[in-house]
Design a protein around this ligand. Structure first.
Ligand SMILES: C[S@@+](CC[C@H](N)C(=O)[O-])C[C@H]1O[C@@H](n2cnc3c(N)ncnc32)[C@H](O)[C@@H]1O
Length: 250
């Protein structure tokens, strides 16, 4: 296996946490935003593949509002066991590595939520574009909720002005470099980028962080100003996290 360290991390985390909602990340406000925006762009009545589905957090929420046939894959057996135990209707889960899973033209929609950034070799980010295009039927839709180097640089630029330390990604994350990713993506997909987390990042990682530092208080993800930021309309591009939506060209 190519990313053994990343695999071990998620295997362990699956055993340490009970609630599927916080198994796959600590920022619960971001996690709710992801679901809200997926609901906005996900069609119904189709075959949907989630890559890196962990313990089924996202699918568990989507089945409530978007009737589809869901298939979730993840390379962590512990995560998949938890997802299967949810016994969700019209949902299947399998242990699969996204770098080797094979099935052509099988689905109408493929989406990911912070999974591609676990591929530590940036060449694999580019390979995933081709792999996803193969999995999708003609005119299929891809929705990637992933973190980017460009967005990280942007929020860090403003944190520097505010005298805040730079945000450094975890060692098991390799943020997507849009400058090489998007030209390749555009070969297969017509696309749009939705800055779904920008207002939230401005509120949480800049304003709340700045005031918390002045007041010498610790920050919580669910601080009121963060919740407010998550409710504001999207504007600008302050967040690493972006939603890249593509429609397969042929
Ligand atoms: C940040 S979690 C996100 C999980 C889920 N999408 C969510 O939002 O709750 C990333 C997941 O991707 C999985 N993952 C990472 N690399 C993978 C790979 N090469 N193949 C399959 N799954 C992978 C991990 O096991 C982990 O469960």
């Amino acid at each position: 296996m190519k990313h053994k360290g990343v695999y071990d991390y998620w295997q362990k985390r699956a055993n340490e946490r009970e609630d599927p909602f916080d198994i796959s990340g600590n920022d619960t406000v971001l996690a709710s935003l992801e679901i809200r925006y997926l609901r906005k762009y996900l069609p119904t009545g189709c075959k949907v593949l989630e890559i890196g589905c962990s313990a089924g957090r996202v699918i568990k929420e989507l089945v409530k509002t978007h009737p589809n046939s869901y298939y979730g894959i993840d390379f962590s057996e512990n995560m998949i066991n938890k997802a299967v135990s949810l016994r969700l209707p019209d949902c299947r889960f399998d242990v699969q590595d996204i770098l080797s899973y094979e099935k052509d033209n099988c689905c109408d929609v493929v989406y990911s939520v912070r999974c591609i950034i676990n591929l530590l070799d940036s060449q694999d980010h580019l390979k995933m574009i081709e792999r996803i295009a193969h999995w999708l039927k003609s005119k299929g839709k891809v929705i990637l909720l992933e973190a980017t180097k460009e967005g990280l640089d942007k929020i860090n630029q403003y944190r520097k002005i505010a005298g805040l330390e730079q945000i450094v990604p975890h060692e098991f994350n390799n943020y997507i470099d849009l400058s090489s990713f998007m030209p390749r993506f555009e070969k297969y997909f017509s696309f749009e980028i939705v800055e779904f987390a920008s207002s939230y990042y401005l509120a949480s990682r800049l304003f709340n962080a700045f005031v918390a530092k002045l007041e010498s208080r610790p920050m919580q993800y669910e601080d009121p100003i963060n919740i407010l930021g998550a409710k504001l309309p999207v504007f600008a591009d302050f967040a690493p996290h972006k939603m890249i939506i593509g429609r397969k060209k042929s």
